[in-house]
Design a protein around this ligand. Structure first.
Ligand SMILES: Cc1ncc(COP(=O)(O)O)c(C=O)c1O
Length: 418
């Protein structure tokens, strides 16, 4: 297999429109934050049916600035999920607050509202749910808890651009909704992020913090309107989005719905292809919700599938399929164990998922033939290994209980010759 046959996990679909827009941006002489960022903000807000949005350099920055703008800092606790990317935790820590983990529901893989409520203390100031893989969290329950205890709600929508819950868009339930346009995301600007806020004051503070804490519209200081003085009103950060990035985002956003449909087709093909394999496929999307189909994850249980998750990752790579892990649970990482004393076994659902999960390629760019190759690789890997496993199980049961251990009926996998 040549390296060009390797299916890169999360490879973005970049079309002529984006490339031409980037070239026009380069030729315009204005590549930093400017009119294309403003256009992208307006169009993203319109897509989400809200009035305003602030583009920033990443979702990590979006989360960090949102926690700060929520007025959260040292001495405060923020409840979040152990099944997320480290950026969710780091954003809370860099704001000076303390993250507190609440385990996930084993089926939806989203933060469990009952666990959230159990973790509330007098120091709790906010809940930070992640719409994992593009599946909406239980927003009725989470908003009810936030209202009851007077907590802020910051939604991590890194996977959830197209997600809806009871007809309402993810990122519009909380005080802040934070989106990612990282290279593997459903809409990409290479690196990039966006914040939705309900309050104009919060939005203005985020924009100001994203550009060193300089007064509003400081990015216009070199424009043809003449030099503008600016003032630093707060010690801010440098995480503004560039026009070069927005040039990609504007055109990516125009294809968000057609790409969503394509990923839904791939998702459904995977669901039917793996239905009878001894692996766990994602739970069906809940009624009255819209899944963003960002990650298609299989759970590989060695006792059933005859192969460990890590060997499965290796075998898929050997067969030319790029795979991902989303995610080892947060308490598996040494930095957090040292800082917070977290232990994986205290969050058993997140721990098990993190040790069994594998994400398959789901980019809208995949051709039908590539999807077939992914399916073939999964089937080939699992069926070979599960045959060995069944033989082992059979030998063990024959040894242990003689002829009584044998079965008369075939499992669905066996009927398929797997
Ligand atoms: C759940 C989650 N939160 C936050 C982030 C951070 O996003 P970014 O890379 O845009 O900073 C990611 C990125 O993968 C993510 O998956």
């Amino acid at each position: 297999m040549s390296s060009s046959d390797f299916i890169v996990f999360g490879s973005p679909q970049i079309e002529r429109e984006e490339i031409d827009e980037v070239v026009r941006c380069l030729e315009s002489g204005w590549i930093g934050t400017g009119p294309r960022v403003a256009q992208f903000e307006t169009e993203f807000a319109a897509y989400k049916h809200v009035r305003q949005a602030a583009a920033v350099g990443s979702c990590t920055a979006a989360l960090h600035l949102s926690v700060l703008a929520a007025g959260i800092g040292p001495g405060d606790e923020v409840i979040t999920t152990p099944l997320t990317f480290c950026a969710t935790i780091n954003a809370i820590v860099h704001a000076g607050a303390t993250p507190v983990l609440a385990d996930v529901n084993p089926l939806t893989m989203n933060i469990d509202p009952t666990e959230v409520e159990n973790r509330i203390t007098s120091k709790t100031r906010a809940i930070l749910p992640v719409h994992f893989a593009g599946r909406s969290c239980h927003m009725d329950a989470l908003t009810a808890i936030a209202d009851r205890y007077g907590l802020r709600l910051v939604e991590d929508c890194a996977h959830a651009i197209e997600t809806k819950y009871h007809g309402r868009a993810a990122g519009t339930f909380g005080d802040f909704g934070c989106f990612s346009f990282y290279a593997t995301k459903n809409v990409t600007t290479g690196e990039g992020g966006m914040v939705l806020t309900r309050s104009e004051d919060d939005l203005a503070r985020i924009k100001m913090l994203a550009l060193h804490g300089m007064t509003k519209d400081a990015w216009k200081r070199f424009s043809d309107e003449g030099y503008k003085h600016y003032y630093v009103v707060e010690t801010g950060f440098k995480c503004n989005m560039m026009d070069l990035q927005a040039a990609l985002g504007i055109h990516q956003l125009r294809r968000v719905e057609s790409n969503w449909k394509r990923r839904q087709e791939i998702w459904n093909r995977y669901d039917s292809a793996f239905a009878y394999l001894p692996v766990k496929t994602p739970a069906k999307p809940e009624p009255e919700t819209r899944h963003a189909y960002h990650l298609y994850t299989l759970l590989i249980d060695e006792d059933r599938g005859g192969i460990s998750r890590d060997n499965f990752l290796e075998e898929m790579t050997r067969r030319g399929i790029g795979v991902g892990v989303h995610y080892l649970s947060i308490p598996e990482h040494p930095a957090y164990q040292e800082q917070f004393g977290w232990r994986p076994e205290d969050y058993p659902h997140a721990m098990r998922i993190g040790r069994q999960t594998v994400s398959l390629p789901l980019s809208a760019k995949l051709t039908g033939e590539e999807v077939a190759r992914v399916i073939e690789a999964v089937r080939g890997t699992i069926s070979a290994k599960s045959k060995e496993q069944r033989a082992k199980n059979k030998a063990a049961s024959t040894k242990g209980c003689g002829a009584r251990g044998s079965r008369q009926t075939a499992t669905p996998q066996e009927s398929l010759g797997l």
